[in-house]
Design a binder for this molecule. Structure first.
Ligand code: IMP
Length: 437
């Protein structure tokens, strides 16, 4: 089989959803393997815009099998809303989506826990989570005692388990300072009824996706693995503690999906032609000035999941080189080139200055990264719209010079260029043909 991964190389929101939707028809399977409803993948198909949080971005293609595997954390209420929204628009989600019985459930108490703890500053700054209960759910997964998995909805003594955990969570959250209203909202009897309603609707979709994926791989089928968030938010390798709770870099694919590394042979590393970040944490090339504001406006840089304005800055080649190496990237996809088309001058961060020394790596401590001053290379802007470009030849030479410089600095060839949200605004370069998609 051939397995291709689509991995975000920055702090998320790199427009991975658009690429997965575009590439999906060339694959038999689209596999979503980590994160949860903190993700917001936007797919534009003609006049329709779809905002997906749990559902794989291959769902618009009826002959592609979509799966959500054990590494994903699922909030059944929001997933069912997402499914109903898609069904109402004529997309038969029940027909071609399977959900792992091993996936963990984000319960209402996880969201209360997230909101309660999120307000706390970590090293002087709040993590600024999406408040979707992601961290608390993964914490319970690792802790095991309070975890609820998809399989628990349909197997074993569900009501007893939910009731016991809900009672314990009420006590724990009371100590954390949750309000009486919040505590009442997770009363055991309410949670038992909620779980029963989820089970009724989700049962036909719950499956052993690990077995399905392994069978498909052995039958030589083609799989597209859809990463969520970006590699700089990876729990082990990102800008800790200002990260998400899963392995969002390329190293997370195998564990989350349940596939051995031998079946991954292509990794498309997706990055914007500049940088953005939502939530807290260090961001060396951040622009807290009118240039940053201009990028935010031109790129409509507001969160898909939370609506928060995204922090914007220049392309950080130190960070992307790191995450591209870590993720085993074979080709880059450079997105939002249309946004950079309105500047006389562009900058790219090529190194950091940390305590008077030039460094070319991402330091481990948030305080060190916060002290890093970006060392910029100035590149002449092309200042001509590229929204209508449909091949590399349509780009002004200065735009291609920018692309070439990014390739050199990151050390990976660019295979895809994107100039707008529409499927047609995507250019596959000669290099991408080598990907044999
Ligand atoms: P959590 O994943 O909700 O716990 O949030 C942890 C950090 O990751 C916060 O800074 C979020 O803003 C960020 N984050 C989580 N998911 C996404 C995403 O899909 N795009 C961008 N940032 C995200």
């Amino acid at each position: 089989m051939s397995g291709t991964c689509v991995i975000g190389l920055q702090w998320g929101d790199e427009a991975k959803g658009k690429l997965v939707d575009l590439l999906a028809p060339r694959f038999d399977w689209v596999v979503r393997y980590q994160g949860g409803a903190n993700a917001g993948h936007t797919v534009v198909a003609g006049d329709e815009t779809y905002k997906l949080h749990h559902i794989p971005s291959g769902i618009l293609h009826s002959d592609v099998q979509n799966v959500i595997t054990p590494g994903v954390v699922i909030n059944p209420t929001t997933m069912l809303q997402e499914i109903d929204g898609l069904q109402a628009r004529g997309i038969d989600v029940f027909e071609n989506l399977k959900v792992s019985e091993r996936a963990h459930l984000v319960m209402p108490w996880h969201m209360i826990e997230d909101a309660t703890i999120n307000a706390t500053a970590v090293r002087g700054e709040s993590i600024g989570t999406t408040n979707r209960g992601i961290g608390p759910c993964y914490r319970d997964k690792v802790g095991r005692t309070h975890a609820i998995r998809m399989i628990d909805l349909i197997e074993g003594s569900r009501d007893e388990r939910i009731s016991t955990v809900a009672t314990q969570k009420q006590a724990l959250l009371k100590n954390l300072g949750a309000s009486q209203e919040e505590l009442d909202s997770i009363a055991p009897e309410k949670m038992v009824a909620l779980a029963a309603s989820w089970a009724e609707r989700l049962a036909p979709m719950i499956a052993d996706t690990t077995d399905m994926v392994l069978d498909a791989a052995e039958a030589n089928q083609k799989m597209l693995f859809e990463g969520a968030q970006g590699a700089l938010l990876d729990i082990d390798h990102g800008t800790y503690p200002f990260v998400t709770s899963s392995n969002s870099s390329g190293v997370g694919v195998c564990a989350g999906a349940g596939v051995p590394p031998k079946w991954i042979n292509q990794v498309l590393g997706v990055c914007k032609a500049y940088s953005t970040r939502v939530g807290g944490g260090p961001f060396p090339s951040e622009l807290e000035d009118e240039t940053g504001e201009k990028i935010r406006k031109l790129g409509n840089e507001f969160g898909t999941t939370t609506g928060r304005p995204r922090r914007c800055g220049w392309f950080d080649a130190v960070a992307v080189r790191y995450t591209a190496r870590l993720s085993g990237v074979t080709r880059l996809a450079l997105m939002m080139m249309d946004v950079l088309a309105h500047f006389d001058e562009l900058k790219v961060c090529v190194a950091y200055e940390l305590d008077g020394k030039e460094i070319h790596r991402v330091p481990a401590h948030a305080e060190q990264l916060r002290r890093c001053k970006p060392i910029y290379e100035t590149i002449q802007g092309w200042n001509t719209p590229v929204d209508d470009a449909r091949s590399v030849d349509d780009f002004p030479p200065l735009a291609m010079a920018y692309v070439k410089r990014i390739e050199e600095l990151v050390g990976i060839p660019v295979g895809v260029l994107s100039v707008g949200p529409d499927r047609a605004q995507t250019i596959f370069t000669e290099e991408s043909k080598a990907m044999n998609l």
